[in-house]
Design a protein around this ligand. Structure first.
Ligand code: IVH
Length: 685
């Protein structure tokens, strides 16, 4: 049994959902309240079991404070007047205006110019050690540049994700059936706090430096905020280019308006402006009131909400068949941007049920015809915050989520424990088709030279390629299609394209399996399946047997059990594979494709008789003797496992030019580091 205040304590360390700094402060206040209650009423506040924290705690040498808020111009004027009164200044002191980046703050400790620790803010006093994760962020220098390097310093700023990177990541996550993030901030927080550093490394995290904590000495005479920002820039950090030195309140407010207008077009989310008194000696004299500095304030943008009518709910179908409901709204301006659509996420969301099964919007459902309050979360995705019940038309009916794909009519399934309905039309659903075709020709699948995403879009739009088999009949149909008459094509390029397509009539089994675009079957799982079954015939007959035995209640066939028992293949993957083969139209499309192929090469069994069999290898830096894909393929053929990040379990790190943090880590852990030539010698090349 644990005390409630202890649970709230651990909330700082083990956030299951990322909180903003302001939310942290609220949690902290609640925790403090419960500490009092725990003391006076100890019997009433014991609950549940103890959550554990994945990250070590780090004490900040100088606490990471929060900022007071200003919402109106008057609040900013008052702030500056307060500063002047406190310092007894007649004139307005210079003020630095900075965009308030909507990410999560991070403190980086450097000793003699070397990054020694990175910590999250936590409750402001104690954060979490995320050094290993932060080493993967390119914007964070591992060694400070320049002459004036303090013996010890804590340099601070914001980890964030670009809006476009966030959208792309969400798309990938959705395709893989993984967590989709609500906004770039959550996405950045979730990506940073990963136990598996390789996951963080694969996420496009960025960092702006704008502050510091402990500074053993300042790198300049008469230090100011703007000079310190310049120094951070020279030391190798990225400093936000919008930051402006202001000499009057009007200047500062003009910056706020200018950046507010620019907000939607900035590549990252901001939620206001931070004004800071420029001179550090002034900052020192001004000091702090409780947990916020007197020398800075955050001027927040107004909440961006508006009321409009939800005219219709449409269903959009993504590459893996995820059916996402979208609210079509009467166009309304929310914070300067016209909003016509809002995501409704999934069936439960429309019903008023959140991801955790708890009610949202007080359990109120959303109906066509409702008047709704719309909000732009961060800057990117508009959301519906509430329904104006007084305005609900009497005729409004609860929304029935379709159980069929609105595009192709295939049946849709909602797997247990999932919120998403998915179309099972896979290869034949037009909405999925073009995305799947792109996947089919992608690098790790059929990888056809001269047939990339652009060409697929064009050929699909013209109705020339609807399903994978059509790619292989292009040549036979060309008397009619006349590809050489397309803009940018000529006789030679068409001939080359057909040759490249023909070359792929012979394909490895794992590439074929991967190319099918079955949910949860990425490159790794495709290889596991290929290795297990060995040949195409063995694979197909097992899949047919498993699919034939598929019932609503589950699958007890031997073929299914065998699939489910493959090391590395779990229930979720096994079910997705069988679901794919249970759809008659997928089988038809696959048969049509197979009729066009000459040979599907059996999987190479992993070898056990080589120097690297059973070893774990990491390739890093830029490789000059082979591409990363080649290196990976060769290593795997010889029975080695290729990993993305270095750990104690790594046997070899093969380092090319400019190898960075992975090499450093390998050296720290005493892992054997090989040059490309040494690697080639080891594998006998
Ligand atoms: S200065 C002592 N500058 O806002 C104050 N903070 O509510 C140190 N933030 O925890 C912070 N952009 O996560 C500062 N240019 C900026 C900022 C900024 C975003 C965040 C930061 C901080 C929170 C305060």
């Amino acid at each position: 049994m644990q005390k409630f205040s202890e649970i709230l304590d651990s909330q700082y360390d083990d956030l299951t959902s990322p909180y903003s700094d302001d939310q942290y402060d609220v949690i902290r206040a609640i925790r403090d309240l419960f500490r009092v209650i725990d003391k006076s009423l100890p019997e009433y506040t014991k609950v549940g079991s103890k959550p554990s924290s994945a990250f070590a705690k780090v004490q900040h040498v100088a606490p990471m404070l929060s900022l007071g808020n200003a919402f109106a111009d008057e609040d900013v004027i008052e702030f500056v007047e307060r500063v002047q009164r406190f310092l007894k200044l007649d004139d307005v002191p210079a003020i630095v205006a900075e965009p308030k980046i909507d990410g999560l703050s991070l403190s980086l400790r450097y000793e003699h110019g070397e990054l020694v620790r990175a910590a999250t803010r936590g409750d402001g006093f104690t954060g979490e050690d995320v050094t290993a994760n932060v080493l993967t962020i390119a914007d964070v220098p591992k060694t400070l540049k320049g002459k004036h390097i303090p013996a010890a310093c804590e340099l601070r700023g914001e980890v964030y994700m670009l809006k476009q990177d966030f959208l792309a990541l969400n798309k990938r996550q959705e395709e893989m059936g993984e967590t989709v993030f609500a906004n770039p901030r959550n996405s950045a927080a979730g990506s940073l706090r990963q136990k598996d550093v390789a996951v963080t490394a694969s996420r496009p995290l960025k960092f702006f430096a704008y502050a510091w904590g402990e500074m053993s000495d300042y790198p300049m005479e008469e230090p100011t905020q703007h000079k310190m920002l310049q120094w951070l820039d020279h030391a190798g950090f990225v400093v936000n280019p919008e930051i402006t030195l202001c000499h009057s309140v009007d200047d500062a407010l003009a910056f706020y308006r200018r950046i507010g207008e620019k907000r939607a077009s900035l590549p990252y989310d901001i939620d206001g402006v931070v004004y800071k008194v420029d001179r550090l000696d002034y900052q020192e004299r001004l000091g702090f009131v409780s947990r916020s500095p007197r020398w800075a304030i955050a001027h927040k943008f107004a909440a961006e909400q508006a009321t409009t009518v939800l005219e219709k709910i449409d269903i959009q179908v993504g590459r893996t068949g995820a059916m996402t409901p979208v609210a079509r709204l009467q166009p309304v301006t929310v914070g300067g941007v016209v909003v016509q659509n809002a995501t409704l996420h999934n069936e439960d969301y429309i019903k008023g049920i959140g991801n955790d099964g708890e009610p949202i919007r007080d359990g109120v459902d959303i109906r066509e015809g409702d008047t709704v309050v719309v909000q732009r979360a961060g800057d990117v995705i508009p959301q519906i915050v509430s329904v104006v019940m007084e305005k609900r038309p009497e005729s409004a009916e609860p929304y029935h989520f379709p159980h069929k794909c609105p595009v192709c009519g295939s049946h849709a399934v909602r797997e247990e424990g999932e919120a998403v309905w998915r179309c099972t039309g896979a290869l034949i659903c037009p909405a999925q088709a073009v995305e799947r075709l792109k996947h089919f020709v992608s690098r790790l699948a059929f990888d056809i030279d001269g047939l990339g995403e652009k060409q697929i879009e064009l050929f699909h739009e013209r109705g020339w390629v609807q399903e994978p088999a059509d790619i292989f009949t292009l040549k036979a149909r060309n008397a009619e299609l006349k590809l050489e008459q397309l803009e940018g094509y000529g006789e030679t390029s068409v001939r080359n394209l057909f040759a490249a397509i023909d070359a792929r009539r012979t394909i490895e089994l794992h590439r074929l399996i991967f190319a099918l675009g079955i949910r949860h079957v990425g490159e790794g799982n495709a290889k596991l399946l290929a290795r297990h079954y060995g040949t195409l015939d063995a694979f197909l007959s097992a899949m047919r047997a498993a699919a034939d035995a598929q019932t609503e209640e589950g699958n007890t066939s031997e073929a299914y059990q065998d699939l489910d028992n493959i090391a590395g293949i779990g229930d979720v993957v096994a079910e997705a594979v069988v679901e794919f083969f249970a759809e008659e139209r997928n089988i038809k499309a696959l048969d049509a494709l197979l009729a066009e192929l000459t040979e599907v090469l059996p999987a190479e069994q992993a070898r056990r008789d080589t120097a690297v069999a059973g070893k774990t290898v990491v390739f890093t830096g830029s490789l000059s003797k082979f591409t990363r894909d080649e290196a990976k393929a060769a290593a795997e053929r010889l029975g080695a496992k290729v990993a993305g990040s270095v750990s104690k379990k790594t046997d070899y790190v093969v380092a090319g030019e400019d190898a960075g943090s992975k090499l450093t880590k390998a050296k720290d852990l005493g892992v054997t580091v090989l040059t490309e030539d040494e690697w080639l010698a080891l594998i006998g090349n």
